[in-house]
Structures are given as structure tokens and as C-alpha cells.
Ligand binder design. Sequence first.
Ligand SMILES: Nc1ncnc2c1ncn2[C@@H]1O[C@H](COP(=O)(O)OP(=O)(O)OP(=O)(O)O)[C@@H](O)[C@H]1O
Ligand SMILES: [Mg+2]
Length: 183
Amino acid sequence: MVRGKPNLLITGTPGTGKTTMSSALAEATQLRHVNIGDLVKEKNLHDGWDEEFECHVINEDLVCDELEDMMEEGGVIVDYHGCEFFPERWFDRVVVLQTENSILYDRLSKRGYTGSKLTNNIECEIFQTLLEEAKDSYQEDVVVAMKSDSIDDIEKNVADLTDWVASWCTTQSVESDSNSMRD
Ligand SMILES: Nc1ncnc2c1ncn2[C@@H]1O[C@H](COP(=O)(O)OP(=O)(O)OP(=O)(O)O)[C@@H](O)[C@H]1O
Ligand SMILES: [Mg+2]
């Protein structure tokens, strides 16, 4: 089945601005923003609490089952700091947000992150872990890295992605028109 609207995955290290940008993009495009962390808590899609990493251990199968119908319909912005367990066919665009290390350090410190929780996340950003994961999991032309150091960056990214969504919808409707003419 062909989707009428595209699905986007917004990923990146914690603190790079996924939720901030996804909600601005949802407002600009009228697509639906799904924050996986919130969904997991609301619907109990986890296998308990991880003391070491201080987070829920998400149950990836339950999350995918919960999302399947919505993703098939299209028009969803998925916001999560991981990307390899979603089916590849779900996404038309995978955006990896990136933040300069010292800026990310300050953001995460402000949130109260300290010790290994802070350093693990900074290392994740230094090693571009999410970008590598995205490139390993999706086609090269689907994955795009975007800088998220400042508010101006958010505005630019939202504007660029809004244009991308509009042109995706136009192309899709031209293709479905020509398909129906052929039928
Ligand atoms: N591009 C940016 N410029 C300036 N501040 C930003 C930017 N992106 C996010 N912030 C700020 O950084 C903090 C973290 O942002 P946000 O919660 O959106 O990150 P996140 O990637 O969703 O994190 P998590 O993975 O933990 O959910 C917020 O206080 C937000 O206002
Ligand atoms: Mg978030």
C-alpha cells in the first residue's frame, strides 16, 4: 500500500533536540508527532526499569506492534534515540540530529546528568553512534544528518524538512495519478 503522507524518524543522542524539533515540525506540517519514550511509559511497552542506565527497558516488539497501523497510514514523525529496531520500510526520511560536544555537555549537565550517564551520552555523540546506526539500517539516500546547536538551526531544519514533506506529497500524488491513468 502506498502512503499518502511520508513518515520521518528523528533520531540522535539524548539532548540533541529531537523532541523540540519534532514538535515544531509537527506544528508546521500537521504530521503526527510520536515520542517513543512517552508512548512506552503511557502504554507500558517495557520490561521494567534499568537501574544502571536509569531508564525503562523498552520492549521493541511491543513498540513496533503498537505503531504498525499508524505507520502504514503515514504522516508520522517518530522521535527516538535509537533507530535499528524499526522496520526499514516504515521511513521515507531518517534525520540524525547532531550537536557540538561542549554545547551538548552543557545541555545534559543542565538536565542534571552527571557521571557515567553524562559521559556515555557525550561519547555516543563523539563517535557518531546514531549516524552509523542509521546508515547501517536504512538506504543511504534516506538518511540525513542535521546540525542542532542553536535555535536558528532548529528553525532552518524545520523549514528544510517542511519543504521536503511538501515535495514528497507532490511527487506521490503525481505518481499515483499517472498510475491510475495507466490502470
Ligand atoms: N538546536 C537547539 N538549540 C538550542 N537549544 C536546544 C536545541 N535543541 C534542543 N535544545 C534544548 O536542549 C534541551 C534538550 O532538548 P530535547 O528535549 O528536545 O532533546 P531530545 O533529543 O529530545 O532528548 P531526549 O533523547 O533525552 O528525549 C531542551 O532544553 C531544549 O530546549
Ligand atoms: Mg526527547
